[in-house]
Design a protein around this ligand. Structure first.
Ligand code: FES
Length: 102
C-alpha cells in the first residue's frame, strides 16, 4: 500500500478510546491518546486475538486473551507471552479525517 486511506472522522474517536478499522483487508487498531492518533496491527502476535477488544491505558494496549501489552506508539512489546512486536502504521489527520498508511 502506498497511499493514505481515510478510515474515520477524528471526532468519532474520543481521547482514551480505540477502535478497529479495515485497511486493505487488514484489521488496524486505531487509538486516540490525549488527542494524538496511533495505528497498529489489531492482531496480537501470540494467538491473533483482536487487540482492539482489550484495554487501552495511556500508551499501552492490553490483549484481551492472555494480557500481552504493547506500546501503541511503536508497537513494541511491553510484557506478555509473546516474543514479537506488532507492526505500526503512519497516521495523518486532515480536515478532521483520520488517514492511515501502512
Ligand atoms: S493472544 Fe494476545 S497474548 Fe495471547
Amino acid at each position: 500500500m502506498t497511499e493514505f486511506v481515510p478510515v474515520c472522522r477524528a471526532a468519532d474517536l474520543s481521547p482514551g478510546s480505540m477502535t478497529w478499522v479495515a485497511v486493505e483487508r487488514e484489521r488496524v487498531l486505531l487509538a486516540n491518546v490525549a488527542g494524538t492518533f496511533y495505528a497498529l496491527s489489531d492482531v496480537c502476535g501470540h494467538l491473533r486475538a483482536p487487540l482492539s477488544r482489550g484495554r487501552l491505558e495511556g500508551y499501552s494496549v492490553e490483549c484481551p486473551l492472555h494480557f500481552a501489552c504493547f506500546d501503541v506508539r511503536t508497537g513494541a512489546l511491553i510484557s506478555g507471552p509473546v516474543a514479537t512486536d506488532v507492526p505500526t502504521y503512519q497516521v495523518r489527520i486532515e480536515d478532521g479525517t483520520v488517514y492511515v498508511k501502512r
